[in-house]
Design a protein around this ligand. Sequence first.
Ligand code: 13P
Length: 260
Amino acid sequence: MRTPFLAGNWKMYKTPKDTQAFFDAFLPLVAGATGRDAAICPPYIDLHVAIAAAAGSKVGIGAQNLAAGKEGAMTGEISGYMLKAIGCRYVIIGHSERRQYFGENEAGVLSKARAALEYGLAPIVCVGELLAERESGSTEAVLAAQFDGGIAPLAPEQFAKIVIAYEPVWAIGTGKTATPQMAQEAHGAIRLLLNGHIGAAAGAKVRILYGGSMKADNAEALLAQPDIDGGLVGGASLEPRGFIKIVQAAQKLAPQRGQS
Ligand code: 13P
C-alpha cells in the first residue's frame, strides 16, 4: 500500500523567522489530516527551527541536498550523518536545479542516495526530462538512463526506503503543469522500470511523486492518477494555506493503491 506523500521543497526561500511563522500557521491546519505523509524541506539554515517546530507533529523534515561521506575536509558541505543527527528524515537528491547549476550527474546521485540510506535518511530522488527531450520523443529514454545510473544500482532491499520524484524540467516554476495524462504516462514508465528491476510486488510499494507547478487547483486531478502517489511541491508549499489544500487533495484519495 502506498500512502500519499506531499513534500514541500522550499528551495532558497525563507529565513529561520519565516520558517517559524510558517509552522505556527501550518501545524494547526495539518493537525487533523490523516492517511497521508507530509514533509517540508527547507534550506539548511532553517532545519533546526523546522525540526523543533514540527516535533510531535506528523510533519517530517528533510534537507534539499547532502554530501556523500560522513565527515571530512569538505568546505561548505553537510553530510547525511549530520542531517540525521539533527532529526531530518528525508533528503532531496538530484533535483534538476542541482543537475543544471551544480553539475550533478547520475554517479553523484547514486553516491548521495547511498550516503542518505547509510545514515538512515529516506532519499527523494528526482528524475525528469528537459523540454527539448520531451519534444524529440526521448522522455522515456531519459527517465530510463536516470533510473539506470542513479537508482538501479542500489541494493534491492533499499528500494523499500526510497521515494522517486518525477519532475519534468519544463514544468518547474513555469506555471506549465504536465497534464494528468502526460504525468501518468511518465509515472507508469517509471513504475515499469521499477517492476522490471525489483519485481512487481516490490515495485508496487515505491512512491512516485509528481513535481512541477503543482498547485491547489490542479493537485486533485494529478493525484487521482494511478501511479501518482503524491507531490514534490515548490512555490505552492511556501504558503501554509496553499500547501494545506494540496495535502487535503491527497487525503481524498483512497490510500489503497499498490496492493498486489
Ligand atoms: P514548482 O512547484 O515551483 O514548480 O517547483 C517544483 C519543484 O521543483 C519541486 O522540487
